[in-house]
Design a protein. Sequence first.
Length: 490
Amino acid sequence: MKNIAIIGSGIGGLALSIRMAVKGAQVSIFEANSYPGGKLSEIKVGNYRFDAGPSLFTLPHLVDELFELSVNQDLKNFEYEKLKEICTYFWDDGTSFTVPESIEEFDKLVHNVLGENKGQIIKYLADSSFKYKILNGLFLEKSLHLFSTWFSKSALFGYLNLPKMGIFSTLDQHNKGFFKNPKTIQMFNRYATYNGSNPYETPATMGIIPHLEYNIGAFFPKEGMFGITQSLYDLAISKGVKVNFKSKVDEIVIENGKATSLIVNGYATSNFDAVVSNMDVTPTYRNLMPKQKAPNTILNQEKSGSGLIFYWGIKRQFSELGLHNIFFSDNYQEEFKFQFQEKTIYDDPTIYLNITSKYKTDDAPAGCENWFILINAPANIGQDWDLIIEKTRQNIIKKLNKILKVNLIDFIECEEVLDPRTIQTKTSSDKGALYGNSSNNKFAAFLRHPNFSNSVENLYFVGGSVHPGGGIPLALSSAKITSDFLARLL
């Protein structure tokens, strides 16, 4: 039986541990925190529960697949429902509407409210589906770092359709080619933020993301987003995975060019047949094996955006709000300029508001709501975050007061804040970036670290900072790709 060590219990690390345990390996996870999940964790403030990080669930089959791989496991261990309403949008001029799950109804809504031509939403999402079909087989399910990937049928299909992929145009330019109302363009530009990028710089290939949310669907786990982590953690334990909490890895021990063991909390572990890092790839190199030659071209790329999150316990319910809500900035392009060029937060930020108590009622006391407010923020480069937080808090309250016609400060009864500094500390994300390197570059997909080391034998990587990218679906895909490499050792 082969012994495999995984550094970190993020969603990618947990998924990989399950895949390898099913294949017959003995897997040990070393987690610095006292809880699993990395960014996909939870916090409790007073009588309120919050999902700490990711709040949108798409491609649930990637989670189901892990249960299906595990013999005699009941899929009821992880339950979820498809959302009837995708998101509620608000603008400062009073425009607001809720997008339904039906694409046809969405198309009618955008025609009636925003004046878009009938059928444009349907055409746009068909294009999104087409791009996804090409990229999924070539990029999302396979390693870009193997010659075989580039000579497959999927690759040939991709080459033939390369002009249609929008590699040389931006997402904003792509969306302007479909829509005429700035509000519609803004709605679809926001999908660049799903991997921490700038819609005015990131390639139009990011137009695949709406396909996941609209054509396939958005979902809500019965136990909240942390329910994904808890279900996979329980599944991993049931398959014999050993999870060691409060076990901070200090060093990856490399002997004769091979990763052989770890130094954990100052002590050496026994030898392993393979070591996998689910940490951000940059601190993996810089902190855990500083004597090894690092792939600086990759590590020094621009980092993705981070986030400033306010967790508010609200002693009131708002019937006009749903699970997912967006309050848009009046100057979207300026907002991204501030984030990526000025390295701060714009005075009129776009506000994402997630309220899980709309579906999971015990997340808040009766008559109350748990507000998860996310503002796109730059990565941490030493800004005065205390000043930025206070200023942004005031701007958020001012904006919400205006749109919701309320004095919000009267209803906030408890608060917790997560900023790029604490994201960096809690999750070992370089500079607090949520998705590793940014995608503000048409070659970004090729500048992600592979799922294996080119210089150290038996060293592998999994998670959102390596191929194929950040976010729950891609982290789960990363686990699948990495498991294929590890399977060669068995």
